[in-house]
Design a protein. Structure first.
Length: 141
């Protein structure tokens, strides 16, 4: 009973975690995953409530087997979701790393371009002043 409550809480935590990573996955896939998790939670709730209301020995054995099957199935699905979540987290970290590298490269290119433009401006302004000086000397002569 406690394990089932833990699984329900864990499923809810996973739902919130998947919501935080939704920027990496398509909304359609997330909606499908959420619907599956909701369906699984309902199945778990049915298993919990049906096992608590069954009184007979035979019905209790059947209920225990049924809930064990449901728990096993949910544990496998939970394991799959954990694997998918780890994969998404890895992809997220990888993308963040690439964005940081790209941002630093862009900053370097901007700084380099700014220096080059300043050099070009200095060269053109100095050439203009030398041309003006030469023209002034010619006019005086």
């Amino acid at each position: 009973m406690i394990n089932i409550k833990k699984l329900i809480i864990l499923n809810i935590a996973i739902i919130f975690s998947i919501g935080n990573v939704s920027c990496l996955a398509e909304e359609h896939n997330i909606n499908e995953i959420l619907q599956l998790i909701q369906k699984d939670i309902k199945t778990l709730e049915k298993a919990v409530y049906s096992s608590s209301t069954n009184v007979g020995n035979k019905s209790q054995n059947f209920s225990n087997k049924n809930s064990e099957d449901v728990l096993t199935r949910h544990l496998l699905k939970l394991s799959e979701i954990e694997t998918q979540f780890q994969s998404l987290t890895n992809k997220f970290e990888e993308i963040n790393f690439k964005l940081d590298k790209l941002s630093s490269r862009l900053s370097k290119v901007q700084a380099d371009n700014q220096i080059r433009f300043q050099d070009i401006e200095n060269v053109t302004s100095s050439s203009n002043t030398t041309k003006k000086k030469i023209l002034r000397k010619k006019k005086k002569n």
